[in-house]
Design a binder for this molecule. Structure first.
Ligand code: NAG
Length: 225
């Protein structure tokens, strides 16, 4: 084999070895489990959490209770998301999975949002939901479906999606996410409620809105704390 194609092969095999690690989001665990303990307050951060000594792990590290309880929906969007992720179920650390319960009041909605690190599979336990997601900028295609009890729908990773209670009664859904810590970007809150605020003239042009409407939205979405 000539030298050129040999070095090409070497580069290719190096890429093949390193690439899976470079692009993995929630990496596969390298041991049975890695029960999370919080980063010590010494200014050092790791990508994830430290592991508890496996010999000290107990069944409670893999346990969460309370998802049977409805959460109050007395807020402008009339919904409430209860999250079970690595922060309140430490045994999820490194496993690439988490769970949420979503309560919807009558006319409530889980407004357009995206999870930067997870695909979401949603199951309707009570009520009727109109759900949808939009593809990225190539064509911005909307996919929607009306779901009833027992129905399941998937929102692909990173895409903007929503659920709306279109039934006569409160609704409940459960969803699994393919990350121990999926993250959430709620479009309106992120864009109009950032700290500090994005200059209203920027948003006025971006959304083709009167600057006064943008300022009104910025007041509405200003974080309350
Ligand atoms: C959701 O419910 C929790 C627990 O009752 C409450 O503290 C929180 O304020 C609620 N969130 C919203 C957005 O209403």
């Amino acid at each position: 084999m000539e030298m050129k194609s040999l070095s090409f092969l070497v580069v290719l095999s190096l890429l093949a070895i390193t690439l899976p690690f470079a692009i993995a989001s929630d990496p596969s665990p390298l041991q049975d489990f890695c029960v999370a303990v919080n980063t010590p307050a010494d200014g050092v951060f790791v990508n994830g959490k430290f592991c508890k000594d496996p010999k000290l792990a107990t069944a409670d590290d893999f346990f969460f209770s309370g998802l049977q309880n409805a959460r109050p929906v007395t807020n402008p969007v009339k919904s409430n998301v209860t999250t079970v992720n690595v922060n309140n179920l430490p045994g999820l650390n490194t496993l690439g999975i988490s769970l949420v319960r979503i309560d919807y009041g009558v006319n409530g909605q889980n407004p357009p949002h995206t999870h930067p690190r997870a695909t979401e599979i949603l199951y309707v336990a009570e009520g009727t939901l109109l759900v949808g997601f939009v593809t990225s900028n190539l064509d911005n295609r909307l996919f929607t479906k009306t779901l009833n009890v027992g129905d399941v729908f998937v929102f692909p990773e990173g895409l903007i999606h929503f659920q709306v209670n279109v039934g006569k009664y409160p609704a409940v859904a459960f969803a699994a996410l393919s990350s121990q810590n999926a993250g959430v970007i709620t479009i309106a809150n992120t864009v109009f409620g950032s700290t500090p605020m994005i200059d209203s003239s920027i948003l006025a042009r971006a959304f083709q809105l009167d600057p006064r409407i943008v300022m009104d939205l910025q007041v509405k979405f200003k974080p309350k704390n």
